[in-house]
Design a binder for this molecule. Structure first.
Ligand SMILES: C[S@@+](CC[C@H](N)C(=O)[O-])C[C@H]1O[C@@H](n2cnc3c(N)ncnc32)[C@H](O)[C@@H]1O
Length: 322
């Protein structure tokens, strides 16, 4: 377990583990070797969420021994409970299962710097917070002041919370899933954010972007973070086929000088194809966009030099310049 320990010590030396909070404590892709590279460990206060990716050649015996070693390591560091999510190579993962201890029945509140979020550890496939979007939340905290923000594909609204804490004039949070929108509202309450400037919509992006254009006009910051595939009210969506269409709809809503934040996590869409799709939407709308920064993983998700594909987030923060 020396790799787990090295990862832990590195974070501890930077003060990242002093406050109970939400953080990736081990990113096997860049910090593990052998079977350990297929594990990731996320800490939520003193509760842990371990993701294990199925991989060719692994045996039950090897898997069990890695699990035991991880459990022992985390127990030594004060874990109150550990849940594990098995990610199959294909298809949908089953819900996370208890590996050790009793995960709380109710959601727990965790902090990420000045932001607070509700996390669920039971009967779920995801705890509710994408830790890899930490740099984007930081950017929103420092840039959202005075902006009218539209956060689409919002899930539990973590980017909306960051924008609101950053002083956004208004934040509209849109997601297809009603339970996610409900969770986003609870995250706003947790952060003591209330008021009519915060709007929540359970609906399909392809239905609502044109509708918002008619009713709201424009936004100063539009955030797009779609899944690779989805089945919405308006039919199926895939990042492989529909990025140009999605960006054209989003650009219709983008105010002059506004920010477009666009992010995907799709191995089958290259940076080049993504840029081509975005550019064709911008040309169609006669809009010029300036790249301010490229999307990237936080330093708690290190990868190895030479394994470029492991830096799986793609996208940009752009500014409309004409
Ligand atoms: C990758 S998650 C977004 C994560 C989020 N940006 C965050 O940082 O927490 C994708 C979300 O898109 C939502 N979604 C999928 N298809 C949609 C659609 N057609 N319209 C609106 N939301 C959709 C899903 O319900 C899911 O919550």
């Amino acid at each position: 377990m020396s790799e787990l320990n090295l990862a832990w010590q590195w974070r501890a030396a930077r003060g990242l583990l002093e406050v109970p909070s939400a953080i990736r404590v081990f990113h096997g892709t860049g910090e593990g070797s052998g079977d350990l590279q297929y594990f990731a460990v996320d800490r939520f206060n003193d509760h842990y969420w371990v993701t294990q990716w199925d991989h060719p050649g692994v045996t039950t015996v090897r898997e069990q021994s890695q699990r035991k070693a991880i459990i022992a390591f985390l127990r030594d560091r004060g874990a109150q409970s550990i849940v594990g999510l098995d990610r199959p190579q294909r298809g949908v993962a089953p819900q996370a299962e208890a590996w050790w201890g009793e995960a709380p029945d109710s959601p727990i509140s965790v902090s990420e710097g000045t932001l607070n979020f509700w996390i669920r550890l039971r009967e779920t496939r995801h705890p509710g917070l994408f830790l890899d979007h930490l740099p984007l939340r930081h950017w929103l905290i420092s840039h959202a002041k005075g902006l009218r923000v539209l956060n689409t594909f919002a899930y539990t609204g973590s980017l909306s919370v960051a924008a609101a804490i950053g002083g956004a004039e208004s934040v509209t949070t849109l997601d297809l899933s009603k339970p996610s929108i409900q969770w986003a509202q609870e995250n706003f309450e947790l952060n003591r954010l209330a008021g009519t400037q915060y709007r929540f919509i359970a609906g399909d992006v392809f239905e609502w972007l044109p509708r918002l254009k008619k009713t709201n006009g424009s936004f100063d910051c539009v955030i797009l973070d779609p899944p690779s595939f989805s089945h919405g009210n308006k039919g199926n969506f895939s990042t492989a086929k529909d990025l140009a269409k999605l960006h054209a709809l989003a650009l219709d809503l983008l105010a002059p000088e506004g920010f477009l934040v666009t992010s995907i996590n799709s191995a089958n869409v290259s940076w080049q194809k993504f840029e081509g799709d975005l550019l064709s939407a911008a040309k169609e709308k006669r809009i010029e966009l300036q790249i301010l920064r490229a999307m990237d993983l936080p330093e708690t998700f290190p990868t190895r030099l030479g394994s470029g594909g492991d830096r799986y987030l793609k996208g940009w923060i752009l500014r409309r310049v004409s």
